[in-house]
Ligand binder design. Structure first.
Ligand code: SF4
Length: 429
């Protein structure tokens, strides 16, 4: 939108006259990160920046409070105002004064939020570099996990039309994007609202036919939605990475039920077995919540035993965060912060040992890396293997022997060393 109105997009905040911050607001750590970013960006108003605009989930949830607490911000825009996004920005820029916000009503539950129109997707600015881009296939969530505010912030799950997603993917391929990362709050629900049946396998197949797209990675696949058809599709299509991001949140049946999750411990175990039986080299990632209300020491030990057994390649853990407006916020037996922290530390320590062992097994093995960058001292090229999703997983450092020409290309490497969650490698000549 800015580009279409004769603004130039700059990557360095120092050079911007207008700074726009998109926020996340569904758990404490995300809110904290968003507030810290707003405060950090507000510092630029002392120099060049004239306008600070904040949008996204945090604003959707707390616009009134934010307006009071952060006077540095010139304009807050809620998700439901995105259809008038440019109108609002333009009006503000023209009048150069704080827009009078109407009294916000109590947050309306399950309002279907507008998906930006197709042209906006097609004119998007790619902020993730030359090699990969996120491709959003749906918006919102209808799962109603009891700890999660997302269905109330972003409304029910709405799929984007398949033809539009494919067009956008082709446009990204034409720009040189090699890896597409398919996202939605729950990608396995794709198509159910529009086509009355799960449509992810077919969508992935269609995207894989696009020339130039070499890797397709789909994230946030809820266990109940991973069908035999989806596993078969991944198994038989070389471009669809055998990378399963399955947020399970916990393993105790008692807690899964309290979380309103749709899968049981037994089903999760069977699913992992099924994936590994069909795709022995599959990478498995998960997310876990520790300290959910009512989590006893026994529940936590059950989780630790399972983590030891399942040996996920990648795992993200969160300490339960009490979110107002969600059912779990009023559950009895909330867990003390210190207990949550100590369980979190124990879990992450165990996972680090698992990852280290798994990565050590990779030493001397060959792999393919998408090279994306070079280290500040030029000693290493930096890239990712199929097992490494950007931002959330480790990375691969490749010893640079005048191989700068490999940047933005795929190279074959041999893994030589493990560095905590990352690996070091050498190009195979
Ligand atoms: S699936 Fe559950 S945790 Fe994920 S966005 Fe939906 S309600 Fe939240």
């Amino acid at each position: 939108m800015f580009k279409n109105h004769e603004f130039k997009i700059v990557k360095d905040a120092k050079l911007a006259d207008i700074l726009v911050i998109n926020t996340c607001g569904f758990i404490d750590s995300a809110k904290e990160e968003a507030i810290n970013t707003i405060l950090e960006m507000a510092e630029y108003k002392k120099k060049r920046c004239k306008y600070l605009i904040v949008m996204g989930c945090l604003v959707q949830r707390y616009k009134e409070e934010l307006q009071k607490a952060l006077p540095e911000v010139d304009l807050f825009i809620k998700l439901e105002e995105y259809d008038k996004l440019w109108e609002k920005i333009e009006k503000y820029l023209n009048t150069k004064m704080e827009e009078k916000m109407p009294e916000t009503k109590k947050q309306e539950k399950l309002k279907v939020l507008p998906i930006p129109n197709f042209q906006e997707f097609m004119q998007r600015v790619i902020t993730t570099g030359k090699n990969y881009a996120y491709l959003k296939i749906g918006e919102g969530c209808s799962n109603f996990c009891t700890y999660c505010a997302i269905p109330y912030i972003r409304g029910p799950f709405v799929s984007r039309k398949k033809e539009e997603i494919i067009e956008e993917a082709k446009m990204l391929a034409e720009k040189g994007i090699k890896e597409l990362i398919i996202i939605a709050q729950d990608t396995t629900k794709y198509g159910i609202d529009l086509y009355k049946k799960p449509g992810l396998p077919n969508l992935l197949e269609e995207i894989s036919k696009i020339n130039g797209i070499e890797w397709i990675r789909f994230l946030y696949s809820y266990p109940e939605g991973i069908s035999k058809e989806l596993i078969e599709t991944v198994k038989n299509n070389k471009k669809i990475l055998p990378y399963f991001d399955i947020p399970i949140q916990h393993i105790s049946n008692k807690l899964l039920k309290k979380m309103n999750r749709k899968t049981s411990k037994e089903e999760i175990i069977n699913l992992i077995k099924e994936i590994r039986k069909n795709i022995p080299n599959a990478t498995l990632r998960t997310s876990i919540i520790v300290g959910f209300p009512g989590e006893t020491n026994e529940d936590f030990e059950e989780l630790m035993d399972f983590i030891e057994l399942a040996k996920f390649d990648n795992l993200g853990a969160f300490m339960y965060s009490k979110e107002e407006g969600t059912p779990a916020a009023s559950f009895k037996n909330q867990i003390h912060g210190n207990t949550k922290k100590s369980r979190y530390n124990k879990l992450m320590q165990k996972q680090q040992e698992i990852v280290r062992k798994k990565l050590e097994e990779q030493i001397q093995k060959q792999d393919t890396v998408l090279v994306e960058d070079i280290s500040f001292d030029s000693k290493f090229l930096i890239g990712r293997t199929k097992n490494q999703a950007p931002d959330i997983d480790g990375i691969t450092y490749i010893i640079n022997e005048n191989n700068e020409n490999c940047i933005n290309n795929f190279v074959d490497v041999k893994i030589t060393k493990v560095l905590d969650y990352d690996v070091q490698a050498q190009i195979i000549k």
